[in-house]
Ligand binder design. Structure first.
Ligand code: FE
Ligand code: ZN
Ligand code: FE
Ligand code: FE
Length: 199
């Protein structure tokens, strides 16, 4: 085996592990999203990710190897961060923007990895593998674009608007903000508080 072949196999194992981890994380991201469009984007990418695991298995077989994963430490870290971002923004108007930021970091890691793998497959003269890896690369790029679109069309605005709107309409922006920081202070709750009663 040439050293590039070994390197290729190593990185293939890395991404096989990465995709399995991502397929377990995506349902959590979908569940945490409050935007229906974002939920659908994560769920659609989950379907694609399951297909990618099968495509990677075909790549293994194209080089006469059995599918085998090798812990992708980067993905472990990216998912750990996603969990943290998720719990920090739960119930906040920033939740969808936050989930998109975590999702895009994963997509960029995948785009870099599959760009490299496809190039190596080409250099090794493995057309079948290059084609499969190119298909995966396109799906990752499309997933990243989709997340970008949702951020630009709604999620970022929503994250920004969460601060402004309530402050402007109520005139007690300071009060609202300080409550929001400790995870309280929705419009209805605030109504109840101003009546001086709490159930
Ligand atoms: Fe993927
Ligand atoms: Zn990795
Ligand atoms: Fe980081
Ligand atoms: Fe992906």
């Amino acid at each position: 085996m040439s050293s590039l072949q070994e390197l290729f196999l190593d990185e293939l194992k890395d991404m096989y592990d990465a995709e399995k981890r991502i397929s377990k994380a995506l349902p959590k991201l979908a569940k945490a999203a409050t935007s229906v469009e974002l939920q659908e984007a994560f769920n659609q990418h989950l379907e694609e990710t399951l297909g990618q695991i099968e495509k990677l298995e075909q790549v293994f077989s194209s080089i006469g190897e059995k599918p085998k994963g090798k812990t992708c430490k980067a993905t472990v870290g990216l998912i750990e961060e996603a969990d943290e971002i998720l719990s920090d923004n739960k119930g906040e108007p920033t939740i969808n923007a936050a989930l998109i930021s975590a999702g895009q970091k994963v997509e960029h890691y995948e785009i870099a990895s599959y760009g490299t793998l496809r190039e190596w497959a080409n250099l090794l003269g493995n057309e079948e593998a290059a084609d499969l890896l190119g298909q995966i690369l396109e799906e990752e790029e499309a997933a990243n674009e989709k997340l970008n679109d949702i951020a630009e069309s709604s999620a970022n605005e929503e994250a920004l608007g969460g601060d402004e709107e309530e402050g402007e309409e109520s005139g007690d922006a300071e009060d609202v903000k300080s409550k929001r920081m400790v995870g309280e202070g929705t419009g209805s709750r605030r109504g109840a508080l101003t009546k001086g009663k709490r159930k």
